[in-house]
Design a protein. Structure first.
Length: 447
């Protein structure tokens, strides 16, 4: 077993290990392609690359818990040793007016304690393109389309994103909830106009569609959103925005129509560096949303009169030495998530730390905590997500790594969840292995 206290000590030790060398060392540039791929997606040229990993691990659910209203029958508990491998291919095509990114990944693992079905496989694919053009010198047009498909339905991502949470898809075993092949597509079109260097106006329309391939118990759903916004900067770092947006959810079933969300997008924007060295940056934005509280009885969702809610976000980032970064954020928003018939009000806080101990060794850790009011009335959801990793370079393209993850997702008995999705998941695990990155093809502008 892996007691929680021992794991906590390991995570804290990794974090402490990272902070101390940041000020004392000035490590050289790390092996390109080892720490996070060839480059950040927004700076890469046209290229195709391959990432691979082989590992052994242990998945151990927590035994001491304090759920909201969950029962033992609602929980998904998976434990035991396992071994496996994963691989992913990514293609990027950046351009001044046209961008395209495509990727595919696969995960396979062997769990000897599961006598009935010891093998687990998961697959996913995604693609995204965007096109930008100038209609006039000050008027701009932008269109984007994205699609992703997976064999699994996940819970590791946070709710409140409007495009995932308990509805997210991917190929990682760490947060898989249920075997349910699904696809999510998202379209968006925007027109913007610059009145001056300080003020601009934009209008947009988007539609997100979630489709489940094999199970009628997961009804297809979508969200239309339309909005307009005016922004004005009073100073270099401070400004305000005025706008309006409307989100209209639809569920392709015999269920009654869902109530939309009115976003009265009026608030302040602030972002600036706090020090002479510009290593500390802070920003915030505030606004309001008009939405209707709801409750579910006998499978039917009923809504009350709309009311006003405050929303917004705050972020802080700090560079530590030459290779370390710390960031934290708080976000409060209202949204519908795929599979849910009620809007949710979510408060989320998160922190992350990453950097190089030496040219061949990097450490990263992150944590997120979220509480929610699905239906906008009482607190009925909470989530913890945490991970820590240390990697050591073996060659320019190969590294050894150790990785720990933990997540908790707790939906109370009063929340209407998609059929088959457990209300309570509480898991942590450790994985060690070898990872490799290989550039398969370089095109124009690649490093």
């Amino acid at each position: 077993m892996i007691p929680r206290v021992h794991v906590t000590i390991v995570v804290l030790a990794l974090t402490a290990l990272g902070v101390r060398p940041a000020a004392a060392q000035t490590p050289q540039r790390p092996f390109r392609g080892l720490f996070g791929g060839a480059q950040a997606m927004n700076t890469r040229g046209e290229m195709v690359d391959l990432s691979m990993s082989a590992f052994v691990g242990w998945d151990q659910p927590q035994t001491r818990i304090d759920p909201l209203e969950s029962t033992t029958d609602d929980r998904t508990l998976v434990s035991g040793p396992y071994s496996g491998a994963s691989a992913g291919v990514t293609y990027t095509h950046p351009g001044e007016h046209f961008d395209f990114t495509g990727s595919g990944s696969a995960f396979t693992g062997y769990f000897p304690d599961n006598n009935e079905s010891p093998w687990y496989q998961s697959y996913s694919g995604a693609g995204m393109f965007s096109w930008r053009t100038d209609l006039t010198r000050r008027t701009h047009f932008h269109f984007s389309e994205s699609a992703s498909a997976s064999t699994d339905y996940h819970a590791g991502a946070l709710l409140g994103t409007g495009n995932g949470g308990v509805g997210s898809i991917g190929s990682s075993f760490d947060n898989s909830l249920v075997r349910e092949p699904a696809m999510i597509t998202q379209s968006r079109v925007e027109i913007s106009h610059d009145f001056s260097m300080k003020s601009s106006f934009s209008a947009n329309y988007g539609f997100q569609y979630a489709h489940f391939f094999q199970d009628d118990q997961f009804p297809d759903s979508g969200i239309h959103n339309v909005g307009a916004r005016y922004q004005h900067r009073l100073t270099k770092n401070f400004g305000y925005h005025l706008g309006y947006g409307y989100d209209h959810p639809v569920e392709f079933s015999d269920s009654p129509p869902l109530r939309g969300i009115h976003n009265v997008d009026a608030g302040l924007d602030y972002a600036r560096a706090l020090s002479l060295t510009r290593t500390t940056k802070v920003g915030f934005s505030v606004g309001t949303t008009v939405a209707s509280a709801s409750q579910v009885q006998d499978g039917q969702t009923s809504f009350s009169s709309p009311r006003l809610y405050a929303v917004g976000n705050v972020m802080l980032s700090q560079e530590l030495g030459q290779s370390w970064n710390f960031s934290s954020y708080y976000n409060r928003n209202i949204s519908y998530d795929p599979g849910f018939t009620q809007p949710g009000l979510y408060d989320t806080v998160g922190v992350s730390l990453s950097g190089l101990v030496s040219r061949h060794l990097d450490v990263s850790a992150n944590g997120q905590y979220q509480v929610g009011r699905i239906g906008l009335q009482t607190s009925n959801y909470r989530s913890w997500n945490a991970a820590a990793q240390i990697r050591s370079a073996i060659t320019r393209n190969i590294a050894a790594y150790a990785y720990y993850y933990y997540f908790l997702s707790d939906l109370s008995g009063g929340v209407a969840v998609p059929i088959g999705v457990p209300r309570y998941v509480d898991r942590n695990g450790v994985r060690v292995g070898i990872t490799a990155w290989l550039p398969l093809w370089y095109g124009r502008g690649a490093p």
